[in-house]
Design a protein around this ligand. Structure first.
Ligand code: ADP
Ligand code: ADP
Length: 220
């Protein structure tokens, strides 16, 4: 099996986390979600968390230099030698360039960028109803993917919470940030010939099936 260096791209709420969890279970590759890493740092009140919190609460991106080193270290680790799944990184052109530079140092490159496409209206619907498990970040939706017991994670039994940045005004700000800072990466990766676009406005299992089909072709 060739190495698989994967990037999940898409607006907030497009289903990167939902699909990433499933691909992670299929592929047994390390899964690095920068939002989860940053929320963990905020929770643990580390120096990173203290610096990142104000940006996250506003719906802005944290500065590139806070996050690039963390991802570079993960990619260079033993566990990521056969590949990795990135969710939420890169989110700016300098981050994409830093990823290419790091992979280049290691004689590697991005294998595939999976763009999960959904409209702004759908993002607002999804993030407005998102519930997140406090312990591990498992993701639910009050209407589209409810837990078996309201307010409780099916997987680890921890409470489900509304993320601070899943409030209506912050959601709108995050969408604007996506269009301004992250959407240019679609053209960036398209030009490199590694972009795969998937319609994310379908049942989660249909999206997963399409992603699996794409990865079967990339990995063969
Ligand atoms: P979502 O899953 O809704 O797209 P994330 O959990 O990925 O959101 O990210 C939450 C917040 O963490 C972002 O709004 C941003 O403030 C910060 N963040 C996550 N990844 C990055 C990154 N690569 N660069 C800068 N900020 C980031
Ligand atoms: P992201 O990581 O891109 O921010 P999530 O995976 O957290 O996105 O999904 C955002 C919200 O939308 C969650 O509440 C999730 O349960 C729900 N969701 C994810 N995929 C779908 C889908 N295909 N259809 C409807 N709701 C979905």
């Amino acid at each position: 099996m060739p190495e698989l260096n994967l990037v999940l791209l898409g607006p907030p709420g497009s289903g990167k986390g939902t699909q990433g969890e499933r691909l992670n279970a299929d592929l047994h590759l390390p899964y690095y979600a920068t939002g989860d890493i940053l929320r963990g740092a905020v929770r643990d009140q580390t120096a990173l968390g203290k610096s990142a919190k104000e940006y996250m609460d506003r719906g802005d991106l944290v500065p590139d230099e806070l996050i690039v080193g963390i991802i570079a270290e993960r990619i260079d680790s033993e566990e990521a030698r056969q590949g990795f799944i990135l969710d939420g990184f890169p989110r700016t052109t300098p981050q994409a360039e830093a990823l290419d530079a790091k992979l280049g140092e290691l004689g590697r490159e991005v294998s595939s960028v999976l763009l999960i496409d959904v409209s702004d209206d759908e993002v607002v619907r999804r993030l407005g109803g998102r519930r997140t498990c406090e312990a591990e970040g498992h993701v639910y939706h009050v209407e589209f993917n409810p837990p078996k017991v309201e307010g409780v994670c099916d997987i680890d039994g921890s409470p489900l919470i509304v993320r601070d940045d899943d409030k209506p005004d912050v959601i709108r700000k995050r969408l604007a940030t996506y269009h301004e800072k992250t959407e240019p990466l679609v053209a960036y990766y398209d030009a490199k010939g590694v972009l795969e676009r998937v319609d994310g406005a379908r049942e989660p299992s249909e999206v997963t099936d399409e992603l699996r089909g794409i990865l079967a072709a990339v990995g063969s």
